[in-house]
Design a protein around this ligand. Structure first.
Ligand SMILES: [Mg+2]
Length: 423
């Protein structure tokens, strides 16, 4: 499977089928718009259709999905593009692991989606998720997540508003982000791993390892003082016995949260460790759909949820997960190690839920993939998107220049005995 180049022939906004519903003035305005668009270069037509002040079609006009395309980048980011017969396109992102499988799986959804109106997004989510006999899991949910983002992108563009406005927002004016602490951007929250001279590859680490991690974190806390929030991401790479030692040893230096203290495959183990510390436990980047987060919430395994909009079920599912979390006084801090659709979709969630905490890697502006970089972060916050849909325009030339073979598997091994370790 090789990523296909986008079709250069796109149809224009059309209104013939529903012309009788339009006023005379609407008709001539639309005719003038169409004539004007025809004079524009193809790329500009696309941009005008997506970001123009007017909605590209009226809400009552019919709209059909015509094509699904996928793009695998050399850094393993996977994009899905959905085209419609009105020239409106939507973009989404999927999972980095098994990148080619995600891309191929999204193409298979075309059998269901092509020819359908893209705007009943929640209905399509149900059909794609429940239409499969074998449901959920990383790849399947990533496919539904990327398609969900793209369908919301199209729907927002149809209505001429950012997605959060279709979901009851805005619920806040700006979005706090974490990433690189900087006076220039005002970002004052960051995350580190349990750093030592080596990775925590032993099932039960000894005193030397625990003391090294503690000393390094203590030095970091002294460097930044109390003004910077510092989370510690165990990355699921620390085994439970070692995690129990570390969460007690680091407590005096006020970690903001502990993330993925263990793998989320046995939620009872995580819940047991969570009870042993007053520091909030965060998890979610390897949990899928509302059903996965139900167990985390019910067992009180975490008090900060980090679903990823590219593989927990998309915008549709994160909104539902946020509602479930609200009943446990639990906020969302969406996971984001990926590209511009991932961040843009997460910002839409921030704009439509009450219980949003902070956005991971929210300080990236993605100039290498977007026609126009995201507006800068100031005072530690990124503005809510204002343009329709996801609020971004993928530059396809920039994207295609990065298409290629994804990164290989990254198995890691204990250097002492060669056994496989978590990472
Ligand atoms: Mg993490």
């Amino acid at each position: 499977m090789s990523p296909a180049r986008a079709n250069d022939v796109r149809s224009l906004p059309r209104n013939t089928k529903h012309r009788s519903h339009l006023s005379r003035r609407d008709f001539f305005d639309r005719a003038a718009l169409t004539a004007g668009l025809l004079l524009l270069p193809q790329g500009m037509r696309e941009l005008a259709a997506q970001t123009g002040g007017d909605t590209p079609i009226s809400p009552k006009e019919s709209l059909k999905v015509t094509k699904i395309e996928t793009f695998v980048l050399k850094n393993s980011w996977v994009f899905v593009k959905i085209s419609t017969d009105a020239g409106i396109t939507g973009w989404g992102e999927m999972l980095k692991d098994d990148a080619k499988a995600c891309a191929a799986g999204a193409l298979e959804v075309a059998d269901y989606l092509v020819g359908k109106d893209p705007r009943p997004v929640a209905h399509h989510w149900q059909a794609i998720h429940r239409g499969a006999f074998y449901r959920g899991g990383p790849i399947k949910t990533a496919i539904s997540s990327g398609i969900d983002q793209a369908l919301w992108d199209i729907t927002g563009k149809c209505f001429g508003v950012p997605i959060y406005k279709l979901l009851g927002g805005p619920t806040r004016q700006r979005v706090r982000v974490y990433g690189r602490v900087s006076k220039e951007t005002g970002v004052n929250a960051m995350k580190v791993g349990p750093r030592a001279t080596r990775a925590p590859f032993k099932y039960v680490e000894g005193r030397k390892f625990v003391e090294e991690v503690t000393e390094r974190f203590k030095a970091l806390r002294e460097k930044y003082g109390p003004d910077v929030d510092i989370g510690v991401d165990f990355h699921g790479a620390v085994q439970p016995a070692t995690a129990a030692l570390l969460i007690k040893a680091l407590e005096p230096y006020h970690p903001w949260f502990y993330e993925e203290i263990v793998q989320a495959l046995n939620v009872d183990v995580m819940a047991e460790l969570a009870k042993k510390t007053h520091i909030p436990i965060a998890t979610g980047e390897r949990i899928f759909t509302k059903w996965g987060f139900r167990e985390i919430l019910e067992k009180r395994a975490a008090t900060i949820l980090q679903p990823d909009v590219c593989y927990a079920g998309g915008i549709t599912e994160l909104k539902i997960i946020a509602g479930m979390a609200e009943t446990y006084y639990t906020p969302l801090a969406p996971h984001n190690p990926q590209g511009p659709c991932s961040l843009a979709a997460s910002l839409q969630i921030a704009g439509c839920i009450p219980n949003f905490l902070i956005q991971e890697r929210g300080d990236n502006e993605y100039a290498d993939l977007l026609a126009k970089p995201l507006p800068p972060v100031t005072k530690g916050h990124r503005p809510l998107p204002t343009e329709p849909g996801l609020g971004i325009t993928i530059d396809e030339d920039k994207l295609l220049a990065q298409v290629g073979e994804p990164e290989p598997y990254r198995a890691k091994f204990d250097p002492d005995d060669g056994s496989v370790v978590d990472w």
